[in-house]
Design a protein around this ligand. Sequence first.
Ligand code: ADP
Length: 262
Amino acid sequence: KTVTTDITSLTNDIRNFAKEKKIEIESLNIREEYRREFLGNVSHELKTPLFTVQGYLDTLIEGGAIKDKELRKKYIERASKGVERLINIVQNLDMITKFESNDLNLELTKFDIIAEIQNVFDLLEMKADKKNIMLMFDEKYTSPIYVYADKEKIQQVLTNLIMNSIKYGKDKGTTEVCVETIAKNKILVRIQDNGEGIDKQNVSRIFERFFRVDKSGARSEGGSGLGLAIVKHIIEAHQEKIFVQSTLTKGSEFSFTLPKSK
Ligand code: ADP
């Protein structure tokens, strides 16, 4: 009967119709609830690093810029780290919002996935060393394996997954990456660690944004629970699949498929 052009008028039409027919509707509030929850999470995530930065800056101001040169340097560096973390959260949020409103275009090209894994290993080597974690990539990968995907975004997927395996890995642990051809035009990339693992009831929620198993533990690792949500969005935007298998205290394996290119 009525032609509606936007979600607000459509919602109103449905509400009026339901009122007329005396039907109770709850699901129309989902959008509003979703927005409220999202904003609540965002402000909560921003609060911690903001207060940290403010704390260090206040101490510097009140303490007459602190006479001790070393201490002053340390406080400035910590404030700067806090700002870095804020920028990171905002960039992640920006990306998630774009994905969720289908506003992020992929730039598909042909590239060598083996070289990309090696690049990410090089970037994260220092972080892994600090935690005594060995990054392993089988020597058999001597020739390139070409995929057709968005190179920058797949780099981010690899970085987030390998970074997590380091963050949640145990001392003297290992992270191993494998690439398998599973069909004529399909490869599977596996990232395996022998770290803390995830229990059964949490593993199904692991890709939800802002979800963290151990809020306090992850916080000390600088986590905000956005990394895996982004990874899932990126893989699904490629029409590909992502899997997780994990056993508490034994370790986790994240894997995803990509289209192979000639
Ligand atoms: P975060 O920024 O907290 O690391 P993620 O979205 O990347 O956010 O991960 C969500 C949660 O999943 C983490 O807080 C952690 O509890 C768990 N997790 C992710 N990767 C692993 C892993 N390799 N081993 C164990 N737990 C993991």
